[in-house]
Design a protein around this ligand. Structure first.
Ligand SMILES: NC(=O)c1ccc[n+]([C@@H]2O[C@H](COP(=O)([O-])OP(=O)(O)OC[C@H]3O[C@@H](n4cnc5c(N)ncnc54)[C@H](OP(=O)(O)O)[C@@H]3O)[C@@H](O)[C@H]2O)c1
Length: 349
């Protein structure tokens, strides 16, 4: 048996409705002896992503649900500290993987989803945000699915989220007029004043339909939707002829136990000869290195801004997940598990 002990957060009970910290328990287990072709990753940071909520339900989502007593599945980054496979997993190199909420994770040879080795010197929190699947989702979703043209109206929901904030900035670089929808005045101010969006609607205090009539009297050409549910239904009434509705996520339906309300305004898709298209970033993972290089270049040129919100310590992962659904964060939520402290510019608490 390996001498190391592994601190994990496991699923203790399934949420009914909104997830709470009581759904999770902290435990310590042995680290198994490594098999042929395997390596041991010491987890440094976890990305707290909306998709985790789907994995807490028995039915899961595009991946199966996590079993009761099992370590919570989660994206993360870590460093190889032991290896039986130095070609695929060299000692000391950093990998992005579905590490789970734990201190150590065993890397298997040739896994799916693929494990990505990261360039040396890259900031680890970037890999869970702008240079990871969040950035790639926005990149693929905007440039391959939404394809905005100069002068078009591009609306993005959850505009201050990791994906939403990057999607809006990429659409702006394509010459679109970019509007956001977000849940607080501070988030709206951030996307307009710092990220360069043309306007942002606070969906908790403003009449979204009325504001859209004002901002886009001819209708919305592209709606990049991260929220789904009622908000999607509201926007469908305001789409332009030949609009494109990109279904990136429907976070408003993840943390509830009632089925989503039917879309009353779906007929506008036909009436406006519009197109709705969903996508999953994992289908585009072969573009990872190209997309990450472009995102890094835009970032270095100051054209792309991104913000992380770091919580310190593995035990705070459940709190982070709860905060994701209450919106109580500004920037991509990540949890630091081990290793050197966060980037001093990131918000930390
Ligand atoms: N298609 C893909 O392959 C793919 C890949 C990754 C992510 N996604 C999707 O992209 C979206 C954003 O993910 P992310 O990781 O970037 O998010 P994030 O940074 O974790 O931010 C999530 C934000 O969603 C908003 N939100 C939460 N519950 C809401 C509700 N009931 N109604 C409206 N807004 C709500 C909150 O902001 P407010 O304060 O503004 O409410 C929250 O801050 C999610 O829908 C996710 O599922 C899709």
């Amino acid at each position: 048996m390996n001498a190391r002990r592994n601190h994990q957060i496991v699923l203790a009970r399934r949420p009914t409705g909104a997830v709470s910290e009581a759904c999770f328990e902290s435990t310590v287990r042995d680290v198994p002896e490594l098999g042929e072709g395997e390596a041991l990753l010491q987890v440094r940071y976890l990305g707290i992503d909306p998709t985790i909520r789907g994995w807490l339900d028995e039915r899961g989502n595009y991946m199966p649900g996590v079993a009761i007593g099992e370590c919570v599945r989660s994206n993360g980054v870590g460093v190889v500290v032991e290896t039986n496979n130095p070609d695929e997993y060299p000692l000391g190199r950093v990998f992005m993987h579905l590490t789970g909420w734990q201190e150590y994770c065993v890397l298997q040879p040739n896994p799916y989803p693929p494990i990505t080795m990261l360039p040396e010197g890259v900031a680890l929190t970037d890999v869970l945000g702008v240079l990871g699947h969040i950035g790639i989702t926005a990149y693929v979703g905007v440039l391959e699915v939404a394809r905005p043209e100069p002068g078009q109206t591009f609306l993005v929901s959850a505009a201050a989220s990791g994906v939403g904030s990057i999607a809006g900035q990429i659409a702006k670089m394509q010459g679109a007029r970019v509007f956001g929808i977000a849940g607080t005045a501070a988030k709206c101010a951030w996307v307009v004043d710092e990220l360069g969006f043309d306007a942002c609607i606070d969906y908790k205090t403003e009449d979204v339909a009325a504001r859209l009539r004002e901002l886009a009297p001819e209708g919305v050409d592209i709606f990049f939707d991260n929220v789904g549910g009622r908000l999607l239904d509201t926007v469908l009434r305001r789409i332009a002829v030949h609009a494109r509705v990109v279904l990136c996520g429907d976070i408003s339906t993840y943390d509830v136990d009632t089925p989503p309300r039917p879309l009353h305004n779906i007929r506008y898709v036909m009436g406006k000869r519009a197109r709705m298209e969903g996508f999953n970033t994992l289908d585009h993972w072969d573009h990872y290195h190209e997309a990450a290089a472009q995102l890094a270049e835009w970032r270095a040129q100051g054209k792309l801004k991104f913000r992380e919100h770091v919580l310190e310590g593995l035990d705070r992962a459940p709190e982070a997940l709860v905060r994701l659904f209450t919106g109580d964060h500004l920037g991509k939520l990540v949890v630091r598990v081990s290793g050197p402290g966060a980037d001093p510019e990131a918000r930390t608490d």
